[in-house]
Design a protein around this ligand. Structure first.
Ligand SMILES: NC(=O)c1ccc[n+]([C@@H]2O[C@H](COP(=O)([O-])OP(=O)(O)OC[C@H]3O[C@@H](n4cnc5c(N)ncnc54)[C@H](OP(=O)(O)O)[C@@H]3O)[C@@H](O)[C@H]2O)c1
Length: 243
């Protein structure tokens, strides 16, 4: 699909990987709705960077801990844009805790934000897209789910289910809408652990001996969004780490 002139909604699009997806779309000529929760100022900054590429860009707020707020997202965007052609489900939370440490609140918040919200947004996306018009959904998973480990217990389950949901919706929403999953490996240190030397870690544990970057994640996202013959895919972009 040609992205120029299309409109994309990127959840958590104001910072880090979400910003990279948003700006890569802007460089392709796509208009943007940049969703944020707490990062209002970075969202506006991302919108300005996008406008500098010559596209229209708006920011839209919603706390995905609140399902009623999720319901407001598409109406907010459709107040401004006629239709949304691309949805990137990027926003997520990543909470520590193995199975015995995961309490109900940790479980519920991650399932709400990482899985239930993408589900609700895919439904809203499909409902607003006119029949016969091509659409693209990209769900951001995580390559580490290929490894069976109990750390980040609920997070891993949400991302595993997100990949399965990708395949189920790929079948249900064909032929107009493609639904794919991108699974990044190490792209950025955790927001609260930016001092960690990931390069040294990658030299030891990543076959390609380096970390990825937000730009590499975005390049692979664009590939999945542009492809007309790819749906239900799971694209691991991890330098071979989880082979
Ligand atoms: N970083 C990596 O190397 C890596 C590796 C594998 C997979 N991933 C996946 O890639 C995606 C982005 O990763 P990242 O590291 O860039 O994420 P991040 O820095 O943790 O950012 C999370 C994003 O989610 C949004 N968010 C968090 N809680 C929210 C809530 N209650 N309501 C609405 N939005 C909320 C945040 O919005 P606000 O800031 O506006 O609140 C923010 O934009 C995630 O799905 C993550 O699982 C990342």
């Amino acid at each position: 699909m040609e992205l120029k002139g299309k409109t994309a909604l990127v959840t958590g699009g104001s910072i880090r990987l979400g910003r990279a997806y948003a700006l890569a779309l802007a460089r392709e000529g796509a208009n943007l709705a940049i969703h944020y929760n707490r990062s209002a100022a970075p969202a506006e900054e991302t919108a300005q960077l996008a406008r500098a590429e010559g596209v229209e860009a708006i920011t839209v707020a919603a706390d995905f801990n609140n399902p009623a707020a999720v319901d407001t997202l598409f109406p907010q965007v459709l107040n401004y844009f006629e239709v949304v052609d691309v949805l990137i489900n990027n926003a997520a939370i990543y909470l520590r805790g193995n199975g015995m440490e995961t309490d109900r609140e940790k479980w519920e918040s991650q399932f709400r934000i990482n899985l239930q919200t993408p589900f609700m947004l895919i439904q809203a996306f499909a409902r607003q897209l006119p029949k016969g018009r091509p659409g693209r959904v990209l769900n951001i998973a995580d390559a580490q789910i290929l490894q069976h480990r109990p750390d980040h217990f609920a997070y891993r389950l949400t991302k595993l289910a997100l990949v399965e949901m990708t395949r189920m919706f790929a079948l249900e929403l064909a032929p107009d809408i493609t639904v794919n999953a991108l699974a990044p490996g190490i792209m950025l240190p955790l927001a609260d652990r930016e001092d960690v030397d990931l390069e040294a870690y990658a030299k030891e544990y990543v076959p390609l001996r380096r970390t990825g970057t937000p730009e590499i994640a975005a390049e692979n996202a664009l590939h999945l969004l542009k492809s007309d013959f790819t749906t239900g895919a799971f694209l691991r972009v991890d330098g071979g780490q989880y082979l």
